[in-house]
Design a protein around this ligand. Structure first.
Ligand code: FE2
Ligand code: FE2
Length: 267
């Protein structure tokens, strides 16, 4: 049996170091065999520091993806490069977005993951009045009008979907159950916010439709296998089943109160 502790949307830059250390105490007390972190750990200038503390204190492998906030005040490309280099110095840390194969959680359960990106394909992007800080604070997205930004959002999402499209079928050769860790909900029905599903104003910024489409397609071809998707980003908790062999858990989160999202025991 493998005990996995999942955390998402920690936003550790919004709390004092005592609270960050107390969170690590809680993680250690849960006695995990593996830790999964689903992005929005901090911001570009401190995400490395926070991952370093996890690595220094938690005595097991730590698998993570990054969320939109982790790129704030820098660029997606620069942060991914820097975190990839940092992981080479911390053997316990694995940035799943850069991995090219599934990881053993047990002999029957494999782990894959990618940051994902909201791709403006669901809801009403052009009519939406939502302006995420992403669109000012992430280099690739800043300085564009609504319409000009959309190709970049979709390029980022398509890159994520392509990676999952490559990894998931390969993982299903070796594992009957695959866990996919990502930041952005890949399905409209997993896009929970304050107890309700997001509306057309928010959906373009809250869902990675490209990744969801790939998951539906692959899992339709593997009806006896199971996919569990762990996502966050909306900070609203919920469970969705877009197919009978796909379960999507969206993790709730509260700014200023980072906490374990859920613990699992995989056989
Ligand atoms: Fe978040
Ligand atoms: Fe986010």
């Amino acid at each position: 049996m493998t005990r996995v502790v999942w955390l998402t949307d920690l936003h550790l830059n919004f709390v004092e170091s005592e609270i960050r250390e107390r969170l690590l105490d809680d993680v250690i007390a849960a006695r995990p065999d593996a830790v999964l972190i689903g992005g929005d750990i901090g911001e570009a200038q401190n995400v490395e520091q926070y991952l370093g503390r996890f690595s220094a204190r938690v005595p097991c492998p730590i698998y993570f993806v990054l969320g939109n906030h982790d790129f704030y005040h820098s660029s997606v490309a620069a942060v991914r490069d820097a975190i990839g280099e940092f992981c080479k110095t911390c053997p316990r840390l694995t940035y799943l977005t850069l991995e090219s194969r599934a990881i053993d959680l047990t002999s029957r359960v494999g782990l894959i993951g990618h940051d994902g990106w909201a791709d403006a394909r669901l809801g009403d992007y052009l009519g939406s009045d939502v302006f995420l800080s992403d669109y000012a604070l992430i280099e690739e997205l800043a300085g564009h009008y609504h319409l000009d930004r959309r190709p970049t959002l979709q390029w980022l999402a398509d890159e994520a979907a392509g990676k999952i499209g490559d990894l998931l079928p390969l993982a299903l050769v070796d594992y009957e159950h695959v866990v996919a860790l990502t930041h952005v909900p890949p399905f409209q029905e997993a896009c929970w916010y304050e107890g309700r599903l997001s509306d057309d104003n928010w959906l373009p910024h809250f869902t990675c439709k490209a990744m969801g489409d790939v998951m539906l397609d692959v899992m339709a071809r593997h009806p006896t296998c199971k996919l569990t998707v762990l996502c966050g980003h909306t900070h609203g908790a919920g469970i969705a089943h877009p197919r009978d062999n796909i379960e999507v858990l969206t993790g709730g989160a509260v700014y200023g109160a980072p906490a374990i999202t859920k613990a699992f025991d995989f056989e």
